[in-house]
Design a binder for this molecule. Structure first.
Ligand code: AMP
Length: 426
């Protein structure tokens, strides 16, 4: 086959059935878990004023390098969302709902990344955010919500790592200690990390470069700089997770890729995936972001889970397969009249999954299509049946059944078709 003139641009994909059905099911499971926990859905726009995302922090890769920013015909500086949290906070400031405001979402996000398996330029996220409460039990509940979601999908190789980034006031002495530590390393630190050090020493902890590993391992720990409040809050989150039997490991070097986090941060990692793309989800507290977006000093906490990566983890673990999208009935019509058109319509209105052949094909070709369709039953209308107000109902051999099994075909009156089919399909 000749190469097509156009293909989906790098980093984007056409999601086709049955992947799309699986995604719908995944969002359905997430919506169910979030709804049970008192969350309502928000559907923010896919693009916003560039500044909404710039507030996420200019040393954040998604802002400094990966944003799809553009100017529209009205000379507005806009950007496609790289994640949802900034939009949710912007919406909170705009609408001022009663607090705590609990919102869940699902949809695509856009980042100019180097595309590879599990890393795309357009990818889907589901997530949940709560704005307006400092209660650490919310951190625990959110983590448990994500954990139960993964469990419902059947994933057994997801690990939870948590950390605390303390409060804004805990940072300066810690940042000073970090800066002193990394500066003392001199050229032993990678050039990239030395550049990061100038902008945000905390983000150096996020470096995955081999050269930096030892220096990072020896870096001062924020745990030694925490305020009593932040330490008590982190203790309560851990006690809560133990109570809810959500297993976790504290990882003092977990800083996550976004600048706005304070206090609790967490990440879900799948051991079924390659390490460069093994983060299936993450989140944390962002007690200053709402204020940064021009709102009150209200705290927030939330997470986003990567849909594409979660489905890859499901593939690799062999769980959460596509739901059976196969047909119940395939209608074969050799009369050339309207039998197929009216029968499939009647069956669909009765709630059955029904399809048919088109283009006036031969009986043989239509039967072949019926067998290929995966339908459980064929309904056949020829001139004789049509004249008698009847139809033939023929069970089709299912892939898992040996030849010759199943009931034989029979003639039924048109008016009995739906109950007869229901009996056969049950
Ligand atoms: P982040 O906001 O970077 O923590 O992203 C949350 C989750 O979204 C990650 O844990 C990934 O599962 C997913 N994700 C982030 N970036 C991408 C991407 N480029 N392609 C696919 N999934 C992504």
């Amino acid at each position: 086959m000749a190469a097509p003139t156009f293909s989906a641009t790098p980093g984007t994909r056409d999601l086709l059935s049955p992947t799309t059905a699986r995604m719908r099911d995944l969002v359905g499971v997430f919506a169910d878990e979030a709804t049970k926990a008192g969350f309502g859905q928000i559907v923010p726009p896919m693009f916003e004023d560039l500044d909404v995302f710039v507030r996420l922090g200019e040393s954040t890769d998604v802002v400094s390098k990966e944003l799809y920013a553009f100017t529209d015909a009205g000379e507005r500086q806009l950007a496609l969302r790289p994640e949802f949290t900034a939009s949710v906070c912007r919406a909170y400031v705009q609408h001022r709902p009663t607090t705590p405001w609990k919102a869940w979402y699902a949809g695509p996000a856009f980042r100019q990344e180097k595309a590879q398996r599990g890393r795309y330029r357009q990818f889907d996220q589901v997530g949940a955010e709560v704005i307006g409460s400092h209660d650490p039990d919310l951190d625990t509940e959110l983590i448990a919500l994500a954990w139960r979601f993964y469990a419902r999908l059947g994933l057994g190789q997801v690990r939870l790592i948590i950390n605390t980034l303390g409060d804004k006031a805990d940072r300066p002495p810690f940042l000073d200690a970090l800066t002193a530590h990394f500066s003392a390393a001199g050229e032993d630190l990678s050039a990239e990390s030395r550049a990061t050090l100038q902008k945000n020493p905390l983000r150096v902890l996020d470096s995955k470069r081999e050269q930096d590993a030892e220096i990072i391992a020896a870096a001062p720990a924020l745990a030694d700089f925490l305020s009593d409040d932040a330490a008590a809050s982190f203790d309560r989150v851990q006690a809560g997770l133990r109570l809810l039997e959500v297993p976790f490991v504290v990882e003092p070097k977990l800083v996550r890729g976004l600048d706005y986090y304070t206090r609790t941060t967490f990440e879900f990692v799948s051991d079924a995936l390659q390490s460069a793309q093994n983060a299936v989800g993450g989140g944390g507290r962002y007690d200053g972001l709402v204020a940064d977006l021009g709102g009150p000093a209200d705290p927030g906490v939330g997470f986003a889970l990567g849909v594409d990566r979660t489905l890859l983890a499901c593939d690799d673990e062999g769980v959460f397969g596509a739901t059976d999208a196969e047909l119940d009935v395939f209608v074969v019509d050799t009369t050339g009249a309207f039998a197929a058109l009216s029968v499939v319509d009647e069956l669909r209105r009765a709630g059955l999954r029904a399809d048919r052949a088109y283009d006036g094909r031969s009986m043989k070709a239509q039967m072949k299509a019926a067998n290929r369709s995966g339908a459980t039953v064929a309904v056949i209308v020829g001139p004789d049946e049509a004249a008698a107000g009847e139809l033939l109902v023929r069970p089709l051999r299912q892939r898992s059944e040996p030849e010759g099994s199943g009931a034989e075909q029979r003639r039924v009156a048109t008016s009995d078709l739906v109950p007869v089919l229901r009996g056969l399909l049950d």
